[in-house]
Design a protein around this ligand. Sequence first.
Ligand code: KG4
Ligand code: ZN
Length: 354
Amino acid sequence: MLILGIETSCDETAAAVVADGTRVLSNVIATQHNLHELYAGVVPEIASRAHIERITPVIREALNHAGLNYSDLDAIAVGHRPGLIGSLLVGVSAAKALAWSLEKPIIGVDHVLAHLHAGLLDSPPVEYPALGLVVSGGHTSLFLVRAPLDVQLLGKTIDDAVGEAYDKAATILQLGYPGGPLLDALAQTGNDRAHDFPVTLLSPESLDFSFSGLKTALLYAVCGQPVGRGMEARLQRDASHLSQQEKADFAASFQRAAVSALIQKLTRALKKVPGIFSGSAVRSLLVGGGVSANSLLRTQLKVFTQKHHLELRLPQMQYCLDNAAMIAGAAAARFRANQFDTLTLSASPQTALT
Ligand code: KG4
Ligand code: ZN
């Protein structure tokens, strides 16, 4: 089963060919970071124009790397939700054009759920039921995965996604763009006990996340409380007064609080799942999304899963960030179940499970 995956939900134009849902034959990613750096964030119009310029060469390269022709493919899969609508439309239009002209089936894939598949690529099958954690720039969500096509949302962020909080924290500390990996690297040389930032857990039973309080705590610690009221309010200073060591201490303390919130919610979910799900106990933990590349989170997830005797499926680094291999891989279960879409498939800014 050879599936071509296409991914254009945000600022990566990506195409990949995956065999039998797990064997990655090619994984091509054209990143747009240099185009958005000046604005310290993704500019939707710039992103969609860049996707249009790149999508055809990226798809051709994915086929070339795999050593295949269009006629060898069994289906075309595309990430069609959630994301920037103008960006998604480029991938969806390309996928429809290919499916129509080649007379191949088309499969629309939810990008957030596809992140859960990233740890299954180039790996043996996993045991279900599993807990799923997606930690990205747009989402922070916990899932119960009973089977590949049977996924239940347990909790999600009520404000910022964890990756978004990392990016904003990096902006506060004047580290550059994209901020998550830069903050992670700087935190390695910092004292994570230098500042006691809040670990927001919400109500005792909640499986939702919140990261905006942590971000604001860092902002005020670095820049001081705002002076003045309403439109006149101004911060007292910026991060330029900090030494490199002071910045590293802030980064490490922020990271300790952010990762602690994620691990504590996983612990809660593990306790609550038997009540939600009257099946056998959770066997595995699937993790995906850009923040799954984070060094502290990766270490702590290993400790967490060893303690609770779970099999951990952390994606390889090249599958943590947005990519099309996870889209093609996630589509395999739908292919096997004969669940195809039609050429009326549309893009949507919302995820399927909200
Ligand atoms: O999954 P992804 O590529 O895009 C979305 O679907 O959002 O995730 C991108 C996010 C960004 O917020 C980026 O700063 C964050 O992942 N990220 C990291 C690290 N690498 C990427 N955050 C913390 N530590 C990292 N090492
Ligand atoms: Zn993503």
